[in-house]
Design a protein around this ligand. Structure first.
Ligand code: R5P
Length: 309
């Protein structure tokens, strides 16, 4: 049992918390998370964390604002209990899609969330596939940014022997698609996407997918509008089979029905967000090893640092 790692989890993703603890061979820190009669959160750390390096897991999906507040309060409680360092482990960091002002009167919520986490007291963030790499720069603390394309592509290679062309479903996903293409030694094409509203998109394919198997990777699948429209377009342009990956499977609204009735043969997602899918087309791949490795590395560096200084 590794006693150097103190690990707490919020209430958003108990299965992943358990998986990480098993990987690290540690027990979860005891914490009480309740609600006051007026709806406010009541949180109490039930372990001695004085002078310890602490890790806190919370994935900000499902009820993003609630879970963010829960995380901020946990960090505050840990800081006031004299934890030495607090690392937030946030596999899915919500509010990141608003990472720039595209019209007057709008906020930059990604920067706001970075500010909130920093002022609450974290000294390090571990997260997976941020909506854009530049969001890392919104934090004045170290960010361990885990990219999940290798994990997802390795799973695809196990499921299918075929060669693929990788199609980025929009310009924003080009970097992810490039990483995927490199890891699968595949060609690359891209779709130019114009979002008409929260649910509808207009798309143009740049590249040739005729008679090819297509793999469409995205950072997240929310309403599934992007992946389903991209898959339909690829089929119309002559693709043989279309499969897809997404790091974050939010699956809001009727996303699962849309995927079921689409031409996507199967979709592989990571479990940054709890799996609630009953769709036969969706396979989950766990990121627990990647997160446990990141936690172990940070913990080791801290132990080495405290021994040498
Ligand atoms: C867009 O910039 C993102 O990379 C995703 O393509 C998008 O957010 C997915 O949303 P939906 O599933 O609702 O189309």
């Amino acid at each position: 049992m590794d006693n150097s790692i103190v690990f707490f989890a919020g209430s958003s993703h108990p299965e992943l918390a358990q998986e990480i603890c098993s990987e690290l061979n540690i027990l979860q820190g005891e914490i009480s998370i309740k609600t006051f009669p007026d709806g406010e959160l009541s949180i109490e750390i039930l372990e001695d964390v004085e002078g310890r390096d602490v890790f806190v897991l919370q994935s900000l999906s499902g009820h993003p604002s609630h879970y963010l507040m829960e995380l901020l309060i946990m960090i505050d409680a840990l800081k006031r209990s004299s934890a030495r360092n607090i690392t937030a482990v946030v596999p899915y960091l919500s509010y990141c899609r608003q990472d720039r002002r595209d019209k007057p009167g709008t906020p930059i919520t990604a920067k706001l969330v970075a500010n909130l986490l920093a002022s609450a007291g974290i000294s390090h963030l571990i997260t997976c596939d941020l909506h854009s790499d530049q969001i890392e720069g919104f934090f004045e603390i170290p960010v361990t940014h885990i990219h999940c394309q290798k994990l997802l592509s390795e799973h695809i290679k196990k499921m299918s022997e075929d060669n693929f062309i990788i199609v980025a479903p929009d310009m924003g996903s080009l970097k992810i698609a490039e990483t995927m293409a490199r890891s699968m030694d595949a060609e690359l094409a891209v779709i130019k996407k114009n979002r008409l509203n929260a649910f509808d998109v207009d798309m143009t394919l740049i590249g040739d997918v005729r008679n090819k198997n297509v793999l469409i990777p995205d950072d997240l699948c929310s309403t599934a509008g992007t992946l389903v429209s991209a898959a339909k377009l690829c089929q119309e342009k002559g693709a043989k089979q279309v499969i897809a990956t997404a790091t974050h499977g939010l699956f809001v609204s009727n996303a699962l029905d849309k995927i079921e009735s689409s031409n996507i043969a199967f979709l592989v997602v990571s479990n940054t967000i709890p799996s609630h899918s009953l769709s036969s087309k969706i396979t989950y791949v766990t990121i627990s090893t990647l997160l446990a490795d990141a936690i172990r590395n940070i913990s080791k560096q801290r132990v080495n640092f405290s021994h040498c200084c």
